[in-house]
Structures are given as C-alpha cells and as structure tokens.
Design a protein around this ligand. Structure first.
Ligand code: NDP
Length: 458
C-alpha cells in the first residue's frame, strides 16, 4: 500500500498549478489539486484573458474613429458595458471548463476546497486530511491596497472586471501594468480617466523612451496622468467619491480603482505549521528548483514573487514536474523574459532598458526611431510608434528591444527568440525586412543615437 494518499498535492489551480499537475500526472504521478475558487486562476478568471478581451472591446473606439480617414462613414457607435461583460464572462466560463477538462483527462483529481498545510506531507482541505509525498504551493497573489482612510470605497482589478455599470469618471491609483491597462480600457469605452502615479511617470522599470512616449500617447487620448501625486484619503460625499490628495487638493470621481501591486496569497496557508520559510515581502522562499525550506514542499508562480507573469509560472510549473517526477532537474532561467503592457497602444519589451544596460556595461549603442505609423497617415491619429534597440558595443550583442506600437507584443515575441539565440546587431542588419511593416524598423535601424552620459536607473 502506498505510504501517502497522493504523489503530489497541488494547492491552487491557476496557470502554474494546472501545468505542474497535468505534467506530473503525465509522468505517472497520482495527483490532486485543491482550488477554493474557480479552476484557471488569476490569468484565466480575473487577469490576462478577461483583461485582453476588455482591451479588444475598448479598441473598437479607435477603429471606428480611424475608419473615417479611409472613406467610411459610421453612424454614431453605441457601447453597452453590460453586454461586453456578459460576453467576456461566457468566454471565461468556457475556458474554466477547458481547464477542468484538461485536468480530468490527465487523471488529476480536483478538490474544490481551501487547503492548508498541516505538516511537510499533510494538508487539510474541507475537513479532510490528505497526505502526499510532495506538496506544491501555487496559490498566486491578490491585489494589495495600501492602508489609507477610505480604503473600503476602492475597488481593485478583481471587481473592475464585473462592474455592473460603467462609471462616468474613474480614478486609477498606480502606474504599473494593471493601472495603465485599465486606464486604456476605461478611456476607450468612454469614461473620463485620471491615473494617479507616485513616480515621475508610468511604468517604472520599463525603458524611459517608451514609457514617456506611452504617457504622451495616453494624454493625447484624454487620460489625465497625475505624476508625483499621493492620495491621503477617500470620502464618500453625496454618492460620489472625493479623494484628498497631498497638498490639500480634492479630486471628485465616481469610481476609485487601486492597482498598486499584488501580494502573495499566503494567509491561512499553514506555512508556519509546516515550517515553510518566507521572504521579507511575505512570498514563499524557494531555491532554483522551486523547493522551499521544507524538502517535500515546493512553490511556483506569483506566491514566490520572482517574476509575476503567467508564462513564467507555467515554465516554473513545467520545470518542477520535470525535476520531481521525470528525473530531469530543470532550473528556470529568468533572463530576457519578454513582456507586454496591453495599453492603447501596447508597449512590449525584452532584455535590458537603456539605463540598465548603461549601468551594467560601459559601452552601449542605442538605435531608436519614433515615427507616425503608416495606418495613421490616413486616419489622422496623432500617435507614435517607437522602436528601440540597445546593443552591447564590444560584443555587438542586442541586449534590449523595446517597442510602442499597435503590434508591439506580437513583434517583440519574435525578437525575444532572436535574443535568446544571442543575436548581434550585424545579424539584425543582415535580416531582410517585411515591407511595409513596423517590424522591419528593427532590421533597418542604422543611425546610432549620440552617446550621452549614463542616467541613473529609474
Ligand atoms: P505593478 O507592480 O506593475 O505596479 C504597481 C504600481 O503601483 C506602480 O506604479 C507603483 O509605483 C504603484 N504603487 C505601489 N505601492 C503604492 C502605494 N502605496 N501608493 C501609490 N502607488 C503605489 O503592479 P500591478 O498591480 O499593476 O500588477 C501586478 C503584477 O501583475 C505586475 O507586476 C505584473 O507582473 C503582473 N501583470 C502583468 C500583466 C501583463 O503581463 N500584461 C498585466 C497585469 C499584471 P512605483 O513604480 O513608484 O513603485
């Protein structure tokens, strides 16, 4: 008789947990996954997928407006927020079903309960005590809201996906991925949007040229970005919300959404009981194989706060399954992870920003082009495409690619492959472009930007 009930018990059926569970089962493990919400996790249920559907929905406003320059006359377009949310929910339900099916078809048992660690091989889920040789924590993260007066009046992205009606005025606090993406969504569907950012501009950590160009583009669309601005408190006044800003200024609005980062979801998980160590930020501490301080307990994805991106959680889940159940130890490589912000227009990036490259290497060449995309010569839209390459001068290796453009995420994904292969600027130059496209800019950049003194990394 087996010593444990299962070979693997996974806590959390999000992108990472599902991949790890499914692969481990394929390798012959007896697997169960505990999930106290809906199978699919943040990405599928209240993150990447519904967000991108809302981004598509919002983008139609641009298409209708831009079509006039191409000869179309469109009667005044009308938008129904409720219909978009309903359609989005139908697709999320379908995907939830697909994820459940994937697990079941691979022989993974789904336990629809909150699970808590009891000891290094035992969990308690819905009153049942279950044991496993290996336990995988893949519970993700949840939005964090700072402790300010009036915190109870704000929503986060979790609620934004299912708002019953579209508010007239929206204030978004936070200038990261979620803040910028939702600013574009709410603006696109007709709300008056103010984004409050405590830094000098949005998207700290991205290349300065593309973040400034995006902020400029957002402003042209009517989004007000209040930089170096701090919210002191929020009050409800006659059904509306009133934000008290630093310096005594007051800003009235109908909805306040906080997008100020996500915190690992470790409360009530029994980490202490099992002896699992955490980092200062509260995330689960792991080694390069995602093993925690307890040898039988592993953790992957957002709960480890390494890189909070779905494809990273999936890759960590796959590496875990290979390591533990396929006798093929695999450590995740965190270099050159491409990423995109689905703003309007989107921004995408892989590798080092110019500032990071200058801080790391003495000789850096920068190639950049900013221009109005061909589509907008007729649409008349005042929007720029930015294409930027950062090159390590001595080795000629391309160390950073950055782009602001309607097709940036699709283009940067391909360039990430080139960078993973160690492509040089000479190899970019030797590549024939696809004409006319925005992508071809990356293989036709010839003018080095004049050197300037290294700036501090922002
Ligand atoms: P981010 O970490 O991206 O951004 C948080 C923002 O909130 C920053 O502008 C930060 O400012 C600001 N902030 C933090 N604390 C405070 C505070 N106390 N008061 C005011 N402002 C504050 O977090 P998000 O919530 O946007 O997203 C969470 C994570 O989810 C992302 O890091 C990303 O990994 C992932 N994600 C990825 C997406 C994608 O791939 N497209 C989409 C959505 C999320 P400052 O810069 O000054 O610190």
């Amino acid at each position: 008789m087996a010593k444990f009930d299962y070979d693997l018990l996974t806590i959390g059926a999000g992108s990472g947990g599902v991949r790890a569970s499914r692969m481990s089962a394929e390798f012959g493990a007896r697997v169960a996954v505990c999930e106290n919400s809906r199978v699919g996790g943040t990405c599928v249920i209240r993150g990447c997928i519904p967000k991108k559907l809302l981004v598509y929905g919002a983008h139609f406003a641009d298409e209708f407006a831009d079509s006039a320059g191409y000869g179309w006359t469109i009667p005044t377009a009308e938008f129904d927020w409720g219909r978009l949310v309903e359609a989005k929910n139908r697709e999320i339900d379908r995907l939830n079903g697909v994820y459940i099916r994937i697990l079941r078809e691979n022989g993974v048992e789904i336990i629809e309960e909150h699970a808590r660690l009891v000891d290094p091989h035992t969990i308690e889920a819905g009153g049942r005590t279950l044991t496993a040789e290996t336990i995988l924590i893949a519970v993700g993260a949840r939005p964090g809201v700072p402790d300010i007066p009036g915190r109870e009046y704000v929503i986060t992205s979790d609620e934004a996906f299912d708002l019953e009606s579209l508010p007239k005025r929206v204030v978004i606090v936070g200038g990261g991925y979620i803040g910028v993406e939702f600013a574009g969504i709410f603006n696109g569907v007709g709300a008056e949007v103010t984004e409050i950012v405590r830094a000098d501009t949005i998207l700290r950590g991205f290349d300065q040229d593309v973040r400034l160009a995006l902020a400029d583009g957002m402003a042209k669309r009517g989004i007000t970005i209040r930089s170096e601005c701090v919210v002191r408190g929020i009050e409800k006044v006659n059904g509306a919300l009133s934000l008290r800003l630093a310096h005594g200024e007051v800003l009235d609005t109908d909805l306040v959404m906080y997008a100020t980062g996500r915190a690992p979801r470790t409360e009530g998980l029994g980490l202490e009981a099992a002896g699992v160590g955490v980092n200062e930020s509260g995330s689960v501490a792991v080694d390069k194989y995602s093993r925690t301080s307890v040898p039988s307990v592993f953790a992957i994805g957002d709960v480890t706060d390494r890189v909070m991106l779905t494809p990273v959680a999936i890759a960590e889940g796959a590496a875990f399954a290979e390591t533990v159940f396929n006798d093929n130890p695999r450590a995740m490589h965190y270099g050159d992870i491409p990423t995109a912000v689905f703003s309007q227009p989107p921004l995408a990036s892989v590798g080092l920003t110019e500032d990071e490259a200058r801080a790391r290497h003495t000789e850096i060449d920068v190639y950049m082009s900013r221009y109005r995309p061909l589509k907008h010569t007729l649409s008349g839209r005042d929007e720029s495409t930015v294409v930027k390459l950062v090159v390590h001068a001595r080795s000629d290796r391309v160390v950073g690619c950055h782009m602001l453009d309607m097709d940036a995420p699709e283009i940067i994904q391909g360039l990430a492959i080139a960078m993973t292969c160690g492509a040089t600027k000479a190899q970019f130059d030797a590549t024939i472009g696809i004409h006319p496209s925005a992508a071809e800019e990356f293989v036709t950049l010839r003018e080095k930007r004049p050197q300037h003194p290294a700036r501090a990394v922002r």
